[in-house]
Write a protein that binds this ligand. Sequence first.
Ligand SMILES: [Zn+2]
Length: 253
Amino acid sequence: MIAPDLDTAITTLRDLVDGSQRIVPFTGAGISTECGIPDFRSPGGLWTKNQPIPFDAFLASQDMRDEAWRRRFAMEDNFAQAKPGRGHRALASLYRAGKIPGLITQNIDNLHQASGIDASDIVELHGNTTYALCLECAKRYELSWVREKFESTGKRAPDCACGGYIKTATVSFGQAMPADAMERAEELTRDCDVFISIGSSLVVWPAAGFPSMAKRNGAALVIINREPTEFDELADLVVRNDIGDALAPFIVH
Ligand SMILES: [Zn+2]
C-alpha cells in the first residue's frame, strides 16, 4: 500500500518495526540529501554536468587521475562538513536496540558510520570516498595526506610508495563490485524479516535485485522514496514523504 499521509506511514512502519527481529535497511542518496550531500545522479546533479571518470580511464592516464582528485577535493566541503541526518540517526537507534543486524548502502559518504553504526555492520556496495587506497598494495591513505601531496606538486595525483595508483576507496564505473560486499548484502537480504529501501531509486544494479530477493525469502518490503520505483507494487508499504520526516519518530536519544 502507498501511505496516504505521513501519520499513516509512520504508524504502519512502527507496526512493522515492532513486529520485526531482523530489519535490513538498504540506503541510497536520498537519505543523505538533507545532510548536504548532493545526489550525483539527480537531474542537475554533478554527474549530469561532469561525466564520471570510468575506472579504465583512471588507470590509463595521469591527467585523468589528476582530474579525479581535483573533483574530489572540490567536493571536500560537502563531505567534510556533512553530519548524519534524521534518517541515519533513526537507523542508528534501531541498530542500538538490536533490531538491525547489518545495513547495506549505495552511499559513499561515511554517514552511517558517523551515526554510530559499527563499520563492520555496514556493507558499502559503492565503497567510501572519505579515505583512499593504493590499487596495488591496498595501503590506506587519508585524504589530508593526498591533498597535501596534490597541492605541493602542482595538482598532480600522488602514487603509493609501491608505485601503485592511489584512488578514493569508491567503486568506479567499470570497476568490479567487491565480491565480499555483494555476498554479505545478499546474506543480510535473505535473512531479514523486514527490508527497508530508503532513498534509492532501485534502478542501478545491484540495487534492483534486492527488493525481490527479500520478498522471495518472506520479508516484508518497505520502500521510502520521494519518487515511485519499479518495485512499489511488490512492497507492503510505500512511503513517498520526506525521509527525515518519516524516520524522525524512530530516533531514540
Ligand atoms: Zn601501494
